[in-house]
Design a protein around this ligand. Sequence first.
Ligand SMILES: NC(=O)c1ccc[n+]([C@@H]2O[C@H](COP(=O)([O-])OP(=O)(O)OC[C@H]3O[C@@H](n4cnc5c(N)ncnc54)[C@H](O)[C@@H]3O)[C@@H](O)[C@H]2O)c1
Length: 354
Amino acid sequence: MPEEVLVLDRTQVRRCAARIDPVAVTEEVLRRHARAEVMLPAEGYMAWRNSEGAYSRSIAMLGALTGSDPVYGLKLINASVGNPSKGMERAGGISLLFDPETARPRLLAEAGYLSALRTAAYTVASLRRLGPESFDAVSVIGCGTLARAHLELIGRYLPQVTRVHAFDTDARRGAGFARWAAERGPAMRVESAPSARACVAASRVVITLTVSDKPYAEIDWFRPGSFVAHVSLDDLCEDVFAGAERLYVDDVQLIAENPRRILGRLLQEGAILPGDAEVADPAREVRRGVVSGTLGEVLIGKVPAARPTDGVVVSNPFGMSILDVGMVNAIRGVAERDGLGTRINLLGTDGEAR
Ligand SMILES: NC(=O)c1ccc[n+]([C@@H]2O[C@H](COP(=O)([O-])OP(=O)(O)OC[C@H]3O[C@@H](n4cnc5c(N)ncnc54)[C@H](O)[C@@H]3O)[C@@H](O)[C@H]2O)c1
C-alpha cells in the first residue's frame, strides 16, 4: 500500500491560511485545552553552538486534540540566532499531522509561517479579553519575523490600532521593520523608540518579541493600566511577575517544566505560585505573585477575564504544540478542499514496505 503524505510548502500554507480565521482556530484549541481535551507532552529540546558560536536549537513539540474528532501531530521548530545576518529567518521547521488510525504521518507543512501566525493569533485573542478596554497604539520590542506577523494580525483584528512604537537593539532591523510597515499602507504608522524603556512607556499595550535571554523590563517602566504580552519569555524582570495585577499563561505545567525561562524558574523556586483555577469569583481580591489562570480558562468562563486597571496585566504564553496542530489541521481542510499541495509516497515507486 502506498504511504501518501501531503506536502505543503510555505506558498501553499499561506494560500490556505488566508482562507481561515486564525484567531477563531486558536481560541477553539484553547477552549479544548481548558476542557482537558488535549494531549500536551513535554517538549524535546536540544541546543548547541554552531561553528560561529551562535546559539542554535531544535524543539520537538508533540500534541493532540482529543475527543470525537482527534488530531495528532508534531511541530519540529529549529533556530539559530545568527540566521537573520545570513538573510534567513531565525526559526524554521516542519509540522506533521498523523493518521489517527495507523499513526503514520499524513501531512507535512512548512512550520515557520504557521508558528508565527498562531503565536500572533494567541496575542490577539489575549488582547481581546485581557487588554485595556480601549487602545489605539501598541509597543513592539524586537522587530523580526514575529513582529511582522503580529502587525499583520493586529491590522486585521484590531483596526483601531493606528500607531506602533517599535524598538530593536539592531537599528537596521528596526528601520527595516518601519519600512516594511510603511510599504503595507498608511493604516498603521511605525515610530521608532529610542530605547526599550521609552518603547514600553509609549503605549499601554506592550508586546515583547526579542531574542533576549536577560530580563530587562522592570515594573516601573509600565504605565498604569498596561497589558504586556511576554511572547519572547525572557524580557520581564521578576518584579513584573510579582507585582502584576493579573498573570495569565497558556499552560502552567509547560512553563514550570522549563526553568530556562524566567517564569518557569520563578515557579520552580516558589517565588510565583501556580494559582487556583477553581476560583471563579470576579470580585475576588487581586492575588499578586499567583498565576490567575490560562487564557483557555478565561475563554470557557472558568476564570474571570480581568483587564488592567491601575497596574499591569501580564500574558506569558509558553507556546503550545496543540496550537500548531490545530492550525495545521485547519489549513489541511482548505488544502484538501482546493486540491493544494504535492502528494508523495514515502515508500517510493515500489510502493511496498519490504
Ligand atoms: N511564546 C511563544 O509562543 C513564541 C512562539 C514563537 C516565537 N517566540 C519567540 O519570539 C521571539 C521572536 O522571534 P522572531 O522569530 O521574531 O525572532 P527574530 O530573530 O526574527 O527577531 C528578534 C528581534 O529581536 C531583536 N532583539 C534581540 N534582543 C533584543 C532586545 N534586548 N531588545 C530589543 N530587541 C532585541 C533582534 O535584533 C531581532 O531583530 C523569540 O524569542 C522566539 O523564541 C515565542
